[in-house]
Design a protein around this ligand. Structure first.
Ligand code: ADP
Length: 552
């Protein structure tokens, strides 16, 4: 914390909420610009819908969703058609206000007519989603999984998943939704912040019992029941990679706007919280992505009525400390500078303070009095240098530490093995074909023109059409302008911020529309892929031509 303001540039900036800080020109920040906006319920649903349009089978891990109020009539109509086609289908829906968290304003309905459109919370934009009626139960209770994912780099994409996560339990035995039990939040919503208020909530000292457990303890139970836990993990990894692939196009637009290429700026990384629900058949379903997952390792305990105390929560500590420690290890700037893989001493001390304690315990147990006395003196010196905290004194502390240990030891060797597992680019070959919207976003960014913007103007759109030679006798420049105006106006009327210009999602819609027009009767992903290739090819040719003209 910098109560008096920050003076020197840092290697790593650890922000509480979001990226925004105009004074960062170097180092690494633990937040991406635009991440909070990108994972909001509505934006996430839109991004997932785009991917579901392209790859319906690959993206069937996200429940069917509609955006309110703009898609209310579509929702009503689609549900009616689905019911007509399948009269035995008795769905339940969950309505979630946009930008809400901790179960705030969420309710279940059986009929589209039950959507509440008045009142302060209800009139907020929201997502209505098919409710997963048959979740996997444990001890008769519904639970969800919070997994931590490190997005270490956007370009090239680098993703890590924590090997363990948290499972948060409901506090009332689960029953499939009926009109009678729809309102019972302790039965249907797994949010910790809600269930903590239930008299049935169990704080446990153990990580495999109680209302919050480690995910690994759930996997152990499942494995002992004969479940294919390996397959479950591989499904979860694929869900995480596909979700990030859906989010990267929007993130790249924000990134180039806040940190323009070629100017001094920081690089970013971010820990995300993925909320996943397991269905009875063990299929993982994505509920939401949190840009600011809670990293608290304590919980409040009511000692007497109205008197609260923070007490350590072993299960949170087990999972979250490892996530933060490994994130620091992976982004350690000293590691890049020195090829010998030694962690910087600063980071080492930051992330491994218990080393000092164990050192003192070791000295206390020494038998040789002279050796013990000498070590004690050295440890006091070490403590003193560490307290001073300057670069020079930390260097001295490192020397003393080496003397104490007999020989300088690699601090990395003393750390537990990584809990964060790299999944991308490791599995890039399997998922690369899904990154179509990323390439559409690259075209969009290329024609943005003005640095710092996230919206494409009419001239930029015309230039894109002209440079890619997409207009012809069937598609005149006047039709191009109409397409631009139609789509942009509709998207801007839905948006919360009333900015002018075409946002990425509107451009993607226009691009899909052009692809459908040009390559009739193929699956959408093939049409889009063909149009991307055509555009990339024509732009490359134009670039070569300009180089020749430039030289000549
Ligand atoms: P919030 O950000 O308010 O926590 P979530 O989307 O995480 O909103 O939903 C809150 C809880 O509601 C989840 O933890 C889960 O228990 C339940 N839930 C959300 N969506 C669904 C769904 N489609 N099917 C079943 N349960 C859901």
């Amino acid at each position: 914390q910098f109560p008096l303001g920050r003076r020197l540039p840092c290697d790593i900036y650890w922000h509480g909420v979001s990226f925004h800080d105009n004074n960062i020109f170097s180092g690494q920040v633990n937040k991406f610009p635009g991440m909070t906006e990108t994972v909001r319920k509505i934006t996430l649903s839109r991004a997932m819908r785009t991917m579901q349009d392209l790859f319906p089978v690959e993206y069937n891990f996200y429940p069917r969703s509609w955006i309110l109020p703009e898609e209310l009539s579509l929702f009503v109509e689609e549900v009616r058609t689905m019911k007509d086609n399948n009269p035995s289908w008795k769905p339940t829906f969950i309505v979630k206000p946009d930008g809400g968290c901790q179960g705030d304003g969420i309710y279940l309905i059986k009929d589209p007519g039950d959507i509440r459109l008045t009142g302060s919370i209800q009139s907020r934009p929201a997502v209505v989603q098919e409710y997963i009626c048959k979740p996997l139960l444990m001890d008769k209770l519904k639970f969800d999984i919070r997994l931590y994912v490190l997005l270490k780099c956007l370009e090239p994409l680098e993703i890590y998943i924590a090997k363990d996560g948290l499972s948060r339990f409901c506090t009332e035995p689960y029953q499939e939704p009926t009109l009678k039990n729809l309102h019972q939040v302790f039965m249907h919503l797994t949010n910790y912040s809600l269930n903590i208020h239930s008299g049935n909530f169990i704080h446990s000292e153990s990580v495999n019992t109680g209302s919050k457990r480690t995910f690994s303890s759930i996997l152990c139970r499942l494995s002992s029941r004969g479940a294919d836990v390996k397959k479950l993990w591989s499904d979860i990894i694929s869900l995480v990679i596909k979700t990030i692939i859906a989010l990267t196009p929007e993130l790249k637009v924000y990134y180039q706007s806040d940190i323009p290429a070629g100017k001094p700026g920081p690089t970013c990384f971010q820990i995300l919280g993925f909320d996943i629900l397991l269905m009875k058949n063990l299929k993982p379903m994505l509920l939401e992505v949190n840009a600011n997952p809670s990293m608290r390792i304590e919980h409040e305990q009511e000692l007497s009525p109205g008197v609260f105390e923070n007490v350590p929560s072993p299960v949170d500590e087990e999972v979250k400390v490892a996530v933060i420690r490994d994130t620091l290890r992976l982004v350690d700037p000293q590691k890049k500078k020195r090829k010998d893989t030694h962690l910087s001493f600063h980071t080492y001390l930051l992330i491994f303070p218990s080393q000092l304690q164990s050192l003192h315990a070791g000295i206390a147990g020494m038998k040789d009095k002279q050796h013990k006395h000498h070590s004690l003196k050295l440890s006091l010196k070490l403590k003193f240098y560490l307290k001073l905290g300057s670069c020079q004194s930390l260097e001295q502390a490192r020397e003393v530490s080496g003397e104490l240990r007999g020989a300088p030891q690699s601090p990395e060797a003393a750390l537990p093995s990584l809990c964060l597992k790299q999944v991308f680019p490791k599995y890039a070959n399997e998922f690369g074909y899904l990154r179509l919207v990323d390439r559409v976003a690259a075209l969009f960014i290329r024609f943005l023109g003005v640095k710092g913007t996230t919206r494409l103007g009419p001239t930029g759109f015309r230039t894109f059409i002209r440079n890619c030679r997409l207009s012809n006798s069937n598609f005149s420049m006047a039709a191009v302008d109409i397409l631009y105006i139609d789509i942009t106006r509709r998207w801007n009327s839905m948006g919360i911020e009333k900015e002018s210009g075409m946002c990425l999602q509107a451009f993607v819609e226009a691009f899909f529309c052009l692809a459908r027009k040009k390559y009739k009767s193929q699956p959408l992903h093939e049409q889009v892929s063909a149009l991307i290739e055509l555009c990339e090819c024509r732009l490359a040719a134009l670039h070569r031509k300009r180089l020749v003209w430039g030289c000549g």
